[in-house]
Every structure is written in C-alpha cells, then in structure tokens.
Design a protein around this ligand. Structure first.
Ligand SMILES: CC(C)(COP(=O)(O)OP(=O)(O)OC[C@H]1O[C@@H](n2cnc3c(N)ncnc32)[C@H](O)[C@@H]1OP(=O)(O)O)[C@@H](O)C(=O)NCCC(=O)NCCS
Length: 152
C-alpha cells in the first residue's frame, strides 16, 4: 500500500465505497462522483487529499482543507478540517493511521496549528480512530462531537 495524492482517476472508486458507507448508515453527505470531485479533489482550501492505493485498488482517502472565513463547519478560520473515509472491507488494517501520518505532515508544511475533526456522536469507530490519532474533544453540538489535533 502506498499513500499518494488523490487524482481525478480515483473518483469512481472513492464514490463507490462512499456509497457503501452510505448504505451502512455511516455516511450522511452526498456520495456521487461529482460531489467527490468538487469537494475532495478540487476542494477550495484544499491542503491535501490523499488516497491509500493497493496496486490500483483505492482502500481509503483522507481530505485536509483549510477553514476559510465563514466556513460551513463553524471552524476557526486558519485551522485544518479533516475527513477520513475507508473502504469497509479495508477497515481496521492501519489505512487510516497511514493516511494521517501524511496529512499531519502536510498540515505542518502548510503552517496549520490545529485540525478539526467533526464526527457524529453515534459513530464510535470514528470517535475511537480520531482519539487514537491524538485528537481531543473541544466542543459538541446537536449530535456532533468536534475533536481537535494540535500541532506543536
Ligand atoms: C473510522 C475509520 C476512519 C478508521 O479507519 P481505519 O483505517 O479503519 O483505522 P486504522 O485501522 O488505521 O486504526 C487506527 C486506530 O484507530 C482506532 N480504531 C479504528 N477503528 C476502530 C474501531 N472500529 N473500534 C475501535 N477503535 C478503532 C484503533 O485505536 C486503531 O488502532 P489499532 O488497530 O492499532 O488498535 C474508518 O473505519 C472509516 O472510514 N469509517 C467509516 C467512515 C467514517 O466514519 N469516517 C469518519 C467520519 S468523520
């Protein structure tokens, strides 16, 4: 498995496993190819979007974006905003951990000092994952738990 930049050619696979996550109730946002292209590959404020590639099979991806003024997440402008999506058949094999090592480095290079992860309160796997990566809860709101990773 290698971690590399996501490219347009990955969109079909990314969308396909986001649809699996939607079907299992683990995703609420859109999952179509146009959404993936616009919100991850060509996202405004994109710092890095990485995929885990196992001989052409995309096992997961992680998006890191800069929170702009008035951003939809209500995150402090200048912070990073992270999202992680692993193909269900590849879960708990270290893919998310490998992706975060690269995203963390990208945040440092971009002079980001803190990263927000906003997680549904009823998503114990994601809460455990971000906690294991060093994120800590800093605010909660209507079914959401926001965790912060400070880059020191
Ligand atoms: C949550 C998610 C990102 C984790 O990614 P992953 O590749 O499975 O995680 P890793 O295998 O790298 O696990 C890293 C650590 O996170 C924790 N962790 C990950 N999945 C876990 C789970 N299901 N239960 C408990 N802890 C878990 C563990 O501490 C793990 O370390 P360990 O395996 O050495 O014990 C992935 O399962 C996923 O994409 N879920 C669906 C989409 C989603 O909820 N995304 C987050 C939305 S904000």
């Amino acid at each position: 498995m290698i971690i590399r930049d996501a490219v347009v050619g990955d969109v079909e696979q990314m969308s396909a496993f986001l649809k699996e996550l939607t079907a299992s109730g683990k995703r609420k946002s859109p999952d179509d190819e146009a959404f993936v292209a616009a919100h991850y590959i060509d996202a405004p404020g994109k710092i890095r979007c990485s995929v885990a590639d196992d001989e052409g099979s995309v096992l997961g991806f992680q998006s890191l974006q800069r929170a702009e003024d008035g951003n939809k997440w209500g995150v402090e402008p200048g912070w990073g905003v992270i999202g992680t999506h692993i193909r269900p058949s590849a879960a708990r094999r270290g893919v998310g951990r490998a992706l975060f090592a690269v995203s963390r480095k990208a945040a440092e290079v971009a002079s980001i000092t803190a990263i927000d992860a906003t997680i549904a309160a009823d998503n114990p796997e994601a809460l455990a994952y971000y906690e294991a990566m060093g994120f800590r809860t800093y605010r909660t709101s209507s079914g959401l738990i926001c965790k912060c990773f400070e880059i020191t």
